[in-house]
Design a protein around this ligand. Structure first.
Ligand code: NDP
Length: 324
């Protein structure tokens, strides 16, 4: 981990045109930050409302293929699932040896889904922050962490380009973490497929146990999450640490939490997490499954099931009652 603003020299971008491909969550924020850092990028986007937003922000957007031909350093900021086709059809034909392709996530590269011509550097500058906050935190000089890596160093200067882009988008302000596409992709998928399903599943189970015991939907859901208290706690966890924040809770609460944590049997969770990491993620099994043409429809079906579940219906009812 490098200290705030200790890495990156924007000189590495001198004489090179930077292109931002996609003007969505990350694209709009990173383009604005680069401009304020003195590296005004050329923005590429299809002609639609994102392009209008880019136009209103003074970026004069051009077609993606045109920017791919014109720019030397290209930030790929379109959704992960459209990147393989877009790179093959519109971006790769415009790339020349010596250019740099900058990824904001490691997934497609690590799992071999991007075909990038030889001679082109491939690097990663992955903000650990949603796009809106990438902009807000740059403006307020708070910063945000970024995972950075060089995946292919064809020119011998890829690291300098990586750190310059990290600095230009404000990613050096919060500290840059030297990483890899493999690590970034694995950690992201692990949070999504191991940690969060358990959190969601625990809340769903807690709701079932408590309502079956006769407690009211309003009280149960307010206690569990509708009050917003968990997000306050997570905010303090980020600032004060997992256990540092315990002092904010009553001593009764602290005793109850720590006593139960010490007694918890996590063997099954440990085994489940290891299996998700090794068998699903690192083996590439999940990436292969998600690349199937029918996977999108399966996601839609899973969402429909979740949105019509007992918990979702109870939530909607409680919300409407609490608002009146
Ligand atoms: P968005 O969903 O916000 O991207 C939307 C942009 O992509 C728009 O400009 C949109 O233009 C364009 N786009 C969508 N589909 C196509 C297509 N088929 N062809 C051409 N352009 C298309 O993406 P994000 O900003 O969320 O993500 C960009 C990258 O950043 C990803 O690699 C993601 O993993 C990474 N990232 C995202 C984070 C986040 O918090 N969102 C955090 C860290 C990394 P159009 O209107 O034409 O569709």
């Amino acid at each position: 981990r490098e200290g705030p603003e200790s890495i990156g020299d924007l000189q590495a971008l001198a004489g090179r045109t930077v292109g931002v491909l996609g003007y969505g969550n990350q694209g709009a924020a990173q383009a604005a930050n680069l401009r304020d850092s003195g590296v005004t990028p050329v923005v590429g986007n299809r002609v639609d409302e994102y392009a209008t937003a880019a136009d209103e922000a003074g970026f004069a957007p051009r077609p993606i293929a045109e920017v791919a031909r014109a720019a030397d350093v290209l930030l790929l900021l379109v959704p992960d699932e459209v990147q393989p086709d877009l790179v093959r059809d519109e971006i790769a034909p415009g790339l020349r040896a010596g250019d740099t392709l900058v990824l904001a996530s490691g997934y497609n590269w690590h799992f071999g889904l991007l075909e990038v011509p030889d001679g082109v550097d491939v690097v990663m500058v992955a903000p650990r922050m949603i796009g809106a906050a990438v902009r807000d935190r740059y403006v307020s000089r708070v910063g945000f962490p970024c995972l950075v890596s060089v995946e292919r160093d064809a020119t011998g200067h890829a690291w300098d380009t990586t750190t310059a882009i990290a600095r230009g988008i404000g990613g050096a302000l919060g500290g840059a973490v030297v990483s890899s596409a493999r690590e970034e992709a694995a950690l992201d998928l692990f949070s999504e497929q191991a940690v969060w399903p358990l959190v969601l599943g625990m809340l769903r189970t807690a709701h079932a146990v408590l309502t079956e015991a006769g407690f009211s939907e309003e009280a149960v859901l307010s206690e569990l999450y509708l009050s917003g208290e968990p997000s306050e706690v997570f905010d303090h966890i980020a600032r004060d640490g997992l256990f540092g924040q315990l002092g904010l809770h009553s001593r009764t609460s602290q005793y109850g939490q720590l006593r139960a944590l010490a007694a918890a049997d996590v063997t099954a969770t440990y085994e489940r997490f290891s299996s998700v990491l090794h068998d699903d993620i690192l083996s590439g099994a999940f990436a292969r499954e998600w690349s199937r043409p029918e996977a999108g429809e399966q996601l839609d079906e899973l969402r429909r099931e979740a949105e019509t579940s007992t918990l979702a219906r109870a939530e909607a009812e409680v919300r409407s009652r609490l608002q009146h």
